[in-house]
Design a protein around this ligand. Structure first.
Ligand SMILES: Nc1ncnc2c1ncn2[C@@H]1O[C@H](COP(=O)(O)OP(=O)(O)O)[C@@H](O)[C@H]1O
Ligand SMILES: [Mg+2]
Length: 367
């Protein structure tokens, strides 16, 4: 099965390792295969190896070990101009002495495309990013967002099969960033381009991608579609890194099928779904999303365990209420409730009970 998948892959990393100094591995064991047309994001903290992976795929760095394949061929055997890779980086590096149109024409000239053809392609690429009227300007005469759109157009103008983007929106303000996120994903899907996108911004990763590879310490911690990543993190790192998350430490007391009982460090019992635990006595970190905590414990099942909580802070956020609680000796437990007509506003000092469905609370590796 795995072999078949790899043969069909458009991009494949197979047991890839990378060391810059011959000692420390900054990429430890990377396995990844992408079908054609996929939009995949590498997400992770700074220094986790994302740019290094992109550079190896682009051919600017070589892997210390393992293979990287593009369309079934090892990347080293393909000369750079035949790789058909478009690239966009954070500092978009347009040529300052050239006009916008000349910037876009350049990759076509390099590929020996004739003048008439070049002009048609440049026009189309500019229209695509809604910059058709700006061909005659120089980069310095454009705003940051406009420059970024030109950088995007330049990466797409020669119709690459694969586009690599390394934090391309990092320098933009929030509103423009959100607009560009939408524009990039739309373009990539419309043109059927395979995209590897790098970011350290989890919202960007979740909203843009078909799949997200969460990086930490030179390894992919989890590779999954956004909803799966958010709802079913496979380990504590991913649970903490993606979205807001509450954690509590404890020991597995009972375990049976899809449910386990965890004894928290203050002695209270709570229900969870066993993910990284297999027997009683194991230490675990349980992980529960703020929106899955139930304050109306009557809504839970007959035998559900509940916890005592004290309200510390109530924050009105308009569409939701965000309430901070003291739970099992921790002061940072957050719950989110929808601002619906019948929703109670909790008051600081109030003592309440909370609970959850076992399937919403994951017993993960102890950190
Ligand atoms: N050219 C280089 N020479 C030596 N070390 C490097 C080089 N580029 C990156 N590194 C190191 O490799 C690790 C991974 O870096 P990088 O791939 O840039 O991570 P990310 O893009 O996830 O922030 C870091 O510890 C970084 O310091
Ligand atoms: Mg980087």
């Amino acid at each position: 099965m795995a072999d078949t998948a790899n043969n069909d892959a458009f991009v494949a990393f197979e047991r890839v390792q990378k060391s810059y100094d011959g000692e420390t591995l900054v990429v430890k064991d990377l396995n990844l295969s992408m079908p054609k047309g996929e939009f995949l994001t590498m997400l992770g903290p700074s220094g986790s190896g994302k740019t290094t992976c992109l550079m190896m795929l682009a051919g600017f760095e070589t892997a210390t070990h393992g293979e990287i394949k593009l369309n079934g061929r090892q990347i080293n055997n393909i000369p750079p101009h035949k790789r058909g890779i478009g690239m966009v980086f954070q500092n978009y590096a347009l040529f300052p002495h050239m006009t916008v149109a000349e910037n876009l024409s350049f990759p076509l000239e390099v590929r020996k495309i004739g003048k008439a053809d070049r002009e048609a392609k440049v026009k189309r690429a500019l229209d695509m990013v809604q910059m058709g009227d700006f061909g005659g300007r120089r980069p310095a005469q454009l705003s940051g967002g406009q420059q970024q759109r030109i950088a995007l157009a330049r990466a797409l103008v020669f119709e690459p099969e694969l586009v690599l983007m390394d934090e391309p929106l990092g320098a933009l303000d929030k509103q423009l960033r959100e607009h560009m996120q939408f524009e990039i994903t739309n373009l990539a899907h419309e043109l059927g381009i395979t995209t590897v996108y790098v970011t350290h911004d989890q919202t960007e990763a979740l909203t843009m991608s078909d799949r997200v590879a969460v990086f930490d310490d030179g390894r992919i911690q989890q590779l999954a579609p956004p909803d799966e990543l958010y709802e079913s993190p496979e380990n504590s790192f991913v649970a903490q890194f993606i979205g807001e998350n509450n954690t509590l430490e404890g020991t597995v007391k009972e375990i049976e099928g899809e449910r386990c009982v965890v004894e928290l460090d203050d002695g209270e019992l709570i229900d969870a779904k066993p993910v990284n635990v297999s027997q009683p006595g194991e230490r675990t970190t349980i992980s529960i999303r703020p929106e899955r905590v139930e304050v109306d414990t009557a809504k839970l099942g007959e035998n559900a365990h509940t916890l005592n909580a004290e309200v510390l802070e109530f924050i009105y956020m308009g569409d939701v209420f965000r309430t901070r609680l003291r739970v099992a000796g921790r002061d940072d437990f957050i719950i989110k409730t929808r601002n619906s007509a019948d929703q109670r506003r909790l008051k600081p000092g109030e003592k309440i009970k909370i609970g959850w469905l076992p399937r919403d609370c994951r017993a993960l590796d102890s950190v």
